[in-house]
Design a protein around this ligand. Structure first.
Ligand SMILES: Nc1ncnc2c1ncn2[C@@H]1O[C@H](COP(=O)(O)OP(=O)(O)OP(=O)(O)O)[C@@H](O)[C@H]1O
Ligand code: NI
Length: 379
């Protein structure tokens, strides 16, 4: 596509300056979102997904700071720094002001939905009242028109009898219903982009499935683009068009969902895929990822995944792979940051394999399911 993407993220870098050291939460990530696309950001806990999501809207709080890179939305600069001749990083002139971000971008053009609806809904006000007020403020509608719109939106996201539920308080709604309310709120200003940070993670699978179906339908209807944050490859498979796999602040693989699942180019993606049930495999083949993700304060040298990678070789300890083009002929663009690909040409195949946590089984009891090792899964 030659068209400028809706959202373009280049080398975005967000660090936390803590007493223990600098946490490199997001360390130079680049990706795009085109009109009408659902783009996934997937990785384990601590990978940097949430920090990346909030960085897009400049919502990072101290001691965190966006220290590099660029974010543009429809060609406008949401964030951008440049290096002055004396080496100092300064904000670019065209970067939108805080007031513009607050008044025009956030909520209106780009909405964000968080995992916990109770953080976004005020428990002392009614659900309908909050939705109405949000619509009044952001769409310059009068109270009556905003109320009608609020009820329509509640109906749209599948709240039964919305006129009757309008005056209920958040605690009178189930978790799934509250999440639907947040989706209604996000959609009510007809934004071009919605950033969703694990909005279905706290829900049971049935309700999660219903919400993902709803998002799919609404996306078709409104042509809204999404950045969808999740740690769950199953969710990625269900709704995403393109996917970015994150590990320790970096994007290690980037591809269309089809290629990511069936022509996987990074061992970390492979490991994530092996840890979820797939319709084409039996449950017995499930294996949790070995080891725990290291700290982002002091990431491993070379490839950050080498300490857990089943394919790690000596060269992986030394050479840091930036993502490169590994697209197969005839396929859509595919990038991966793994030294085993020809694109890197660092002598991976001549390098000696090393023992990683994965091979030693070390740290296996720290995996989410309480320590089954590769090959020990239930039949
Ligand atoms: N306020 C903070 N101060 C210091 N470090 C932080 C802060 N917030 C996040 N981090 C660190 O940034 C890194 C990325 O965190 P982030 O919340 O983005 O991970 P995530 O991928 O969203 O994980 P999860 O799936 O658990 O939500 C982690 O190492 C985390 O400890
Ligand atoms: Ni998160």
């Amino acid at each position: 596509m030659s068209q400028e993407p809706l959202l373009r993220v280049e080398e975005l870098t967000t660090h936390f300056f803590t007493e223990e050291g600098v946490v490199r939460a997001v360390d130079g990530i680049s990706f795009t979102v085109n009109e009408g696309e659902i783009v996934g950001l997937v990785g384990e806990s601590g990978a940097g997904k949430s920090v990346a999501a909030s960085s897009l809207l400049r919502l990072v709080e101290s001691p965190g700071e966006i220290v590099g890179g660029e974010v543009t939305f429809r060609g406008e600069t949401l964030f951008g720094v440049e290096e002055r001749s004396d080496g100092e990083l300064v904000q670019r002139d065209e970067m939108l002001s805080n007031a513009t971000m607050r008044e025009r971008i956030r909520g209106r053009e780009i909405a964000i939905i968080f995992q916990d609806p109770m953080e976004s809904l005020n428990p002392v006000f009614t659900v309908g009242g909050q939705l109405r007020e949000f619509i009044e403020i952001n769409r310059d509608l009068g109270a009556d028109a905003a109320k009608r719109e609020a009820i329509d939106m509640l109906r749209e996201v599948g709240i039964p009898e919305p006129e009757n539920r309008y005056d209920d308080y958040p605690h009178q709604f189930s978790g799934g219903m509250r999440q639907r309310v947040l989706i209604a709120m996000a959609l009510s200003c007809e934004p071009s982009l919605i950033i969703a940070d694990e909005p279905t993670t706290a829900l049971d699978v049935t309700v999660e499935g219903q919400i993902l179906d709803l998002v799919d339908d609404l996306q078709d209807k409104y042509d809204t683009s999404f950045v969808w944050v999740t740690h769950d490859m199953g969710v990625i498979a269900e709704i995403c068009d393109r996917v970015n796999v994150m590990y320790l602040g970096e994007i290690v693989e980037q591809a269309d969902v089809e290629q990511l699942f069936y022509d996987t180019k990074h061992p970390y993606t492979q490991a994530l895929l092996e840890s979820i049930p797939r319709p084409d495999e039996t449950v017995g083949e499930l294996s949790p990822i070995e080891g725990v993700m290291p700290e982002a304060i002091n990431p491993p040298s070379g490839c950050r995944f080498h300490t857990r990678c089943p394919d790690a070789r000596e060269v992986c300890v030394r050479a840091h792979p930036d993502a490169r083009d590994v697209t197969e002929p005839g396929d859509p663009p595919h990038r991966a940051a793994c030294l085993m690909h020809d694109a890197f040409d660092v002598g991976y195949w001549d390098s000696d394999p090393i023992a990683s946590d994965a091979k030693a089984g070390f740290g296996a009891d720290l995996t989410a399911d309480g320590g089954r090792r590769r090959g020990e899964t239930d039949e």
